[in-house]
Ligand binder design. Structure first.
Ligand SMILES: [Zn+2]
Length: 300
């Protein structure tokens, strides 16, 4: 799987195409959010979940006008219906809740299951039905259970689909490439713990918010963990070699990556440095970083 020493996870979201409406299983239909871009790939997947004419809607897209007519078309063609039972949300990034007003105008007030994130929930905040670790949302043909998976966003919930041993992974695991750990609300240490929790569930398939379904679920999660561990080793090596600035580390570690992606790479390096700082393994002085001796171990 590894090609050269530089990366563990291959493939990129850029240029990836997805159908507007797609059937992923007997109880899962996707509707593409019509918001392609450098961070969203082909756009955000929104999902109809359940087998009745009134299924759940998981995530709301970004608020593109073309999304709602496609959602109505999918409801009609694949469920013979025109309504939804409730809304289930992975996290409050704008490409996941931006379609809230459009959906409310069309369907009226519906329960909206979400872990609140004050300051980020926007228009959804008044409509939230509190969800958190272990919350169960049931509809005909589908049972969803929330897994709190912070790291990409502090309010992030993945949703376990019991009937299929599937996980709606939101932005924790994507259909291609890797996710970003933003400076605001992101935390790499939490993120790695979240990945390990998902791995322990031994899911049979992942339904990501961007890109196609991931059939090699455990393999992909393990590769995500290995990718970050390799990156951490590279950053520690750079610090030991005396590179103190993020920009220099990016230039070295991401030499095989186009320069226009280096700002995103800098966010990633920053997330690693903050993790090392939190673990007492690195320190900063202004813009300069240095490695600290490993904390003493009590092993052996
Ligand atoms: Zn996100």
């Amino acid at each position: 799987m590894t090609q050269g020493p530089g990366r563990v996870v291959q493939g990129a979201m850029i240029g990836l195409k997805m159908p507007d409406i797609d059937v992923w299983s007997e109880r899962v239909v996707t509707v593409l959010g019509q918001n392609p871009g450098p961070f969203t790939g082909p756009g955000t997947n929104t999902f109809l979940v359940g087998t009745s004419a009134k299924p759940l809607l998981l995530d709301l897209g970004q608020g593109q006008p073309a999304w709602l007519p496609l959602l109505e078309q999918a409801l009609h063609e694949h469920r013979g219906g025109s309504d939804i039972e409730a809304v289930v949300i992975t996290h409050a990034h704008p490409d996941h809740i931006g379609g809230f007003e459009d959906a409310r105008r069309r369907f009226g007030e519906r329960p909206l299951y979400k872990l609140p994130w004050p300051g980020m929930d926007g228009a959804t905040s008044a409509s939230i039905t509190l969800a958190g670790e272990g919350t169960v949302v049931e509809t005909e043909g589908a049972t969803l259970r929330a897994i709190h998976t912070p790291g990409h966003a502090e309010d992030h919930l993945c949703w376990w689909l019991e009937e299929e041993r599937a996980v709606f992974t939101g932005d924790v695991v994507l259909g291609a490439g890797t996710t970003i750990i933003p400076e605001h609300g992101g935390d790499l240490l939490d993120y790695l713990r979240s990945l390990k929790r998902l791995l322990e569930l031994a899911p049979s398939v992942l339904y990501p918010a961007h890109g196609p379904p991931v059939r090699d679920a455990c393999g992909r999660i393990a590769a995500y963990i290995a990718h970050r561990e390799l990156r951490e080793q590279q950053i520690i090596a750079a610090l030991r070699a005396g590179q103190a600035l993020v920009v220099d580390m990016v230039a070295g570690i991401y030499a095989d990556v186009p320069v226009f992606l280096h700002p995103a790479a800098a966010v990633s390096v920053g997330s690693h440095l903050r993790k090392l700082e939190r673990e007492g393994r690195a320190a900063r002085d202004g813009e300069s970083w240095s490695v600290l001796a490993s904390p003493p171990t009590t092993a052996d």
